[in-house]
Write a new protein. Structure first.
Length: 123
Protein backbone atom coordinates (compact mmCIF):
# COMPACT_ATOMS: atom_id res chain seq x y z
CA UNK A 1 0.00 0.00 0.00
CA UNK A 2 2.99 2.27 -0.65
CA UNK A 3 0.90 4.29 -3.10
CA UNK A 4 -1.63 5.12 -0.37
CA UNK A 5 1.17 6.37 1.86
CA UNK A 6 2.99 8.33 -0.84
CA UNK A 7 -0.20 9.72 -2.44
CA UNK A 8 -2.88 10.00 0.26
CA UNK A 9 -4.91 12.43 -1.86
CA UNK A 10 -5.31 9.67 -4.47
CA UNK A 11 -7.55 7.80 -2.04
CA UNK A 12 -10.87 9.36 -1.13
CA UNK A 13 -12.27 7.75 1.98
CA UNK A 14 -9.71 4.96 1.81
CA UNK A 15 -10.98 3.71 -1.56
CA UNK A 16 -8.78 4.22 -4.61
CA UNK A 17 -10.43 6.22 -7.36
CA UNK A 18 -8.36 4.38 -9.98
CA UNK A 19 -6.05 1.40 -9.91
CA UNK A 20 -3.14 0.10 -11.95
CA UNK A 21 -2.18 -3.46 -12.60
CA UNK A 22 -3.23 -5.23 -15.74
CA UNK A 23 -5.29 -2.41 -17.25
CA UNK A 24 -2.40 -0.27 -18.43
CA UNK A 25 -3.18 -0.66 -22.14
CA UNK A 26 -6.88 0.07 -21.88
CA UNK A 27 -6.56 2.98 -19.46
CA UNK A 28 -8.13 3.12 -16.04
CA UNK A 29 -11.05 5.46 -15.46
CA UNK A 30 -11.38 7.66 -12.42
CA UNK A 31 -15.01 8.14 -11.54
CA UNK A 32 -16.50 11.41 -10.39
CA UNK A 33 -19.92 12.39 -9.16
CA UNK A 34 -21.00 14.15 -12.36
CA UNK A 35 -20.33 11.18 -14.65
CA UNK A 36 -17.20 12.71 -16.25
CA UNK A 37 -14.24 10.37 -16.47
CA UNK A 38 -10.57 10.68 -17.20
CA UNK A 39 -8.31 7.82 -18.29
CA UNK A 40 -4.63 7.19 -17.84
CA UNK A 41 -2.86 4.63 -20.05
CA UNK A 42 0.83 3.69 -19.82
CA UNK A 43 2.50 1.47 -22.45
CA UNK A 44 4.56 -0.53 -23.17
CA UNK A 45 4.76 -1.93 -19.72
CA UNK A 46 7.36 -3.16 -18.87
CA UNK A 47 9.72 -1.04 -20.95
CA UNK A 48 13.45 -0.56 -21.38
CA UNK A 49 13.07 2.70 -23.33
CA UNK A 50 10.41 5.28 -24.04
CA UNK A 51 7.07 4.90 -22.28
CA UNK A 52 3.95 6.49 -23.75
CA UNK A 53 1.58 8.10 -21.28
CA UNK A 54 -1.89 9.01 -22.50
CA UNK A 55 -4.19 11.17 -20.38
CA UNK A 56 -7.68 11.18 -21.82
CA UNK A 57 -9.77 13.87 -20.21
CA UNK A 58 -12.22 16.66 -20.67
CA UNK A 59 -10.56 20.04 -20.74
CA UNK A 60 -9.20 21.41 -17.47
CA UNK A 61 -5.80 21.37 -15.83
CA UNK A 62 -3.63 18.44 -14.85
CA UNK A 63 -0.37 17.52 -13.22
CA UNK A 64 1.21 14.29 -14.42
CA UNK A 65 4.25 13.21 -12.39
CA UNK A 66 6.35 10.05 -12.04
CA UNK A 67 7.46 8.74 -8.65
CA UNK A 68 9.88 5.96 -7.74
CA UNK A 69 9.07 3.13 -5.31
CA UNK A 70 10.27 5.27 -2.39
CA UNK A 71 7.81 8.04 -3.22
CA UNK A 72 10.39 10.45 -4.65
CA UNK A 73 9.26 12.49 -7.64
CA UNK A 74 11.60 11.69 -10.53
CA UNK A 75 9.81 13.54 -13.35
CA UNK A 76 6.99 15.95 -14.08
CA UNK A 77 5.57 15.16 -17.50
CA UNK A 78 2.92 17.89 -17.56
CA UNK A 79 1.67 20.68 -15.33
CA UNK A 80 -0.95 22.93 -16.86
CA UNK A 81 -3.93 23.06 -19.16
CA UNK A 82 -5.30 19.94 -20.84
CA UNK A 83 -6.79 20.45 -24.29
CA UNK A 84 -10.03 18.75 -25.30
CA UNK A 85 -9.16 15.18 -26.17
CA UNK A 86 -6.38 14.83 -23.61
CA UNK A 87 -2.59 14.61 -23.72
CA UNK A 88 0.01 12.28 -25.20
CA UNK A 89 3.22 12.37 -23.18
CA UNK A 90 6.50 10.43 -23.20
CA UNK A 91 8.58 9.24 -20.27
CA UNK A 92 12.21 8.53 -21.19
CA UNK A 93 12.66 5.26 -19.30
CA UNK A 94 16.23 4.91 -20.59
CA UNK A 95 17.22 7.75 -18.24
CA UNK A 96 15.84 5.96 -15.15
CA UNK A 97 17.30 3.07 -13.18
CA UNK A 98 15.47 -0.25 -13.51
CA UNK A 99 12.60 -0.52 -11.08
CA UNK A 100 8.93 0.09 -10.44
CA UNK A 101 7.54 3.59 -10.88
CA UNK A 102 4.14 5.19 -10.42
CA UNK A 103 2.60 7.62 -12.90
CA UNK A 104 0.29 9.90 -10.93
CA UNK A 105 -2.17 12.27 -12.60
CA UNK A 106 -4.26 14.86 -10.77
CA UNK A 107 -6.94 16.33 -13.05
CA UNK A 108 -8.88 19.45 -12.08
CA UNK A 109 -11.81 20.95 -13.89
CA UNK A 110 -15.52 20.44 -13.45
CA UNK A 111 -14.57 17.67 -11.01
CA UNK A 112 -11.27 16.69 -9.44
CA UNK A 113 -9.97 13.24 -10.36
CA UNK A 114 -6.86 11.29 -9.45
CA UNK A 115 -5.39 8.47 -11.52
CA UNK A 116 -2.49 6.17 -10.68
CA UNK A 117 -0.69 3.66 -12.93
CA UNK A 118 2.34 1.47 -12.28
CA UNK A 119 5.11 1.13 -14.84
CA UNK A 120 8.17 -1.13 -14.69
CA UNK A 121 11.46 0.00 -16.23
CA UNK A 122 13.77 -2.88 -17.17
CA UNK A 123 17.26 -3.15 -18.64
Amino acid sequence: MLVAIAFPEAFAGGVPQARGGGAERAGVPAMSGDGATATLAVWPNPSAGAVSVRLGSASGTATVAVFDALGRRVAVLHDGAVPDGGLSLTLDGAQLPAGVYVVYARVSGASAQTLVQRVTITR
